[in-house]
Ligand binder design. Sequence first.
Ligand code: KE4
Length: 420
Amino acid sequence: MNSKQWFERAQKVIPGGVNSPVRAFNGVGGTPVYFKSGKGATVQTEDGTELIDFCGSWGPLILGHAREEIVEVVAKTAADGLTFGANTAQETQFAELLNTLVPSIEMSRLVSSGTEAVMTAIRLARGYTGRRKILKFEGCYHGHSDYLLVASGSGLLTGGISSSAGVSPSATEEVFVAPYNDLAAVQEILKANGDEIAAVIVEPMAGNMGLVKPVAGFLEGLRAATADSGTLLIFDEVINGFRLGPTTYGNLTGITPDLTTLGKIIGGGMPIGALGGSTKIMSHLAPLGPVYQAGTLSGNPVAVAAGMKTLELLRDENPYPKMEALGKRLADGIHRLATEKDLDLHCAQYGGMFTPFFRTAPVHNLDDSKACDQKAHARYFHHMLDAGFYTPPSGFEVAFVSAAHTQADIDGFIQAFENL
Ligand code: KE4
């Protein structure tokens, strides 16, 4: 059977035929590609084709598909038991490694997804501060907890409105939504409501409206404004964590959040999430403190083993300069072609993260990203797919150059792009 046949069959037994909506290709049209296997930067599909993968399972696969050392440690750990629901030595060693690699983390709690990590961090912030309200940014995605499925409401100082059916208005009314990179809006909201706001949550380097970088002073301003109002600052680093260095983006910039949420890379491809912060705050979590949180597979030995090995390889091999160089080569190649062919596009890039935006003007927030030509992005996606390159099937996602990609992969990408 091929992808088309599998998708027809899947739609009979799985809503939309997918286990996560973005995989349905609604952002780019066409039939989702069914992956069969992967190795390094390459995947094989159910259509008998081979693709160079720049999506990397939305972030976890910074070391590429089926990295030998990770597969080996997963197999070995699984052979000794898949899960215990009890303490293990390895989960303590993993928490100690996180402390070493991320100085702002004195204590961490493992969960099984980024959504769980963020949901817990928000509940912890509310429990620690005794406040209810939250501030998030348009275009930042923090998983599918009810109160984070929120779009901006009628005005800056009104609560958000739900962006999903089934979410009670009471959950989103307590959430303010500001434009990303708009520090003045944050200061205005905090000035009017600061003593009611438990936390401001932000993707420090946004990846869910395409790659959108923080403008100079934005993150520093968030840190100062939240400190003044006694509001906790949460850096959601589910994408950023260990993506740009063997640590968090917050640590790289020297801006210290009160809580950090992690996922994706720290599990090496296995289901995981984590939140971390000072002992003072984290000790409010059960069983020590009054903020409840729990999980059957939290700290799962197989996920911990895969994550531990991934972080050790990243620390020891330090592939970041290579990923930055290849990312820059790719973006420079796109910009050269855009100039030569007078194309209305630019490529946002930072480290191994990149997004071609189909407009020349810079993209600083969700409105800018929405103003890009999504039809052109869909054409780009399918053109590159036909040429053997898999990128995220949405203009509002970020693509990744992994440690497994080579210069030849990048040059092939540019060559294919040339015929767009
Ligand atoms: P998960 O629950 O999907 O593990 O993590 C939620 C999450 C939290 N925070 C950030 C910054 C995230 O990007 C995510 C999830 N990312 C999306 C894609 N950008 C996952 C892909 C999907 O939803 O299928």
